[in-house]
Design a protein around this ligand. Sequence first.
Ligand SMILES: Nc1nc2c(ncn2[C@@H]2O[C@H](COP(=O)(O)OP(=O)(O)OP(=O)(O)O)[C@@H](O)[C@H]2O)c(=O)[nH]1
Ligand SMILES: [Mg+2]
Length: 215
Amino acid sequence: MIALEALIGYFALLAVCFLILFCVVLYATTKPYPKVWRHKDENYFYNFHTGEREMFPSLSDDWSVHLSIIVPAYNEEERLLPMLDECIQYLERRKRFGFTYEIIVVSDGSTDGTVTAAQNYSRKYDTVRVLSLVKNRGKGGAIRLGLQSARGSVLLFADADGATKFSDIEKLEASLQQILGCDYTKEPEKVASSDAVSGYYVSEVLETLNVGLSF
Ligand SMILES: Nc1nc2c(ncn2[C@@H]2O[C@H](COP(=O)(O)OP(=O)(O)OP(=O)(O)O)[C@@H](O)[C@H]2O)c(=O)[nH]1
Ligand SMILES: [Mg+2]
């Protein structure tokens, strides 16, 4: 009887040790962010102005434009055009006042003419780049890869369906300025070097703006 109790105690101790070891290994090998698989072709975009295939910059590079707009697009050959027309028209107007921007259209493994439609804008505007994902990842995956390829001091994503009037960005900018205490169009380096606006601040901005999450 005593031998049986000792055996159970021994196994219980072994199980606890195993559990502790498992937790330690889990803690040591888990990263806070998931590993993002990126096909080698997804590191490049075609620059129609130089006639060369160029590498996308990385989010960890220094900022090079005031604003990056990431547009996730899955089979959006029709809805994308009016959205980009409105967006570019607005941003080009601001460009006259020294404002700089880039638009990264992320085709999320589209099977229609989304890439060609977006590339037609790249031909015309050197501010538009097309990131063509080799397979569909869903909206979140498309935005993530777009953000990783952007070098704006401020990054924004906007749906391809033109759900929001693009000039409404001014409301967002006003709230951002209030929260950060500076204007990113005048002091982009200050904004670029600061950490991401925290969830608390984001909810405050959205509350002020009374808008939904997808801009
Ligand atoms: N549905 C869908 N959209 C994607 C995907 N990847 C990127 N997107 C883009 O994500 C954005 C949002 O898609 P919508 O279909 O407008 O979805 P939604 O805004 O949640 O829904 P609506 O209220 O119908 O507009 C669009 O720009 C899509 O092109 C995907 O795999 N599926
Ligand atoms: Mg939508």
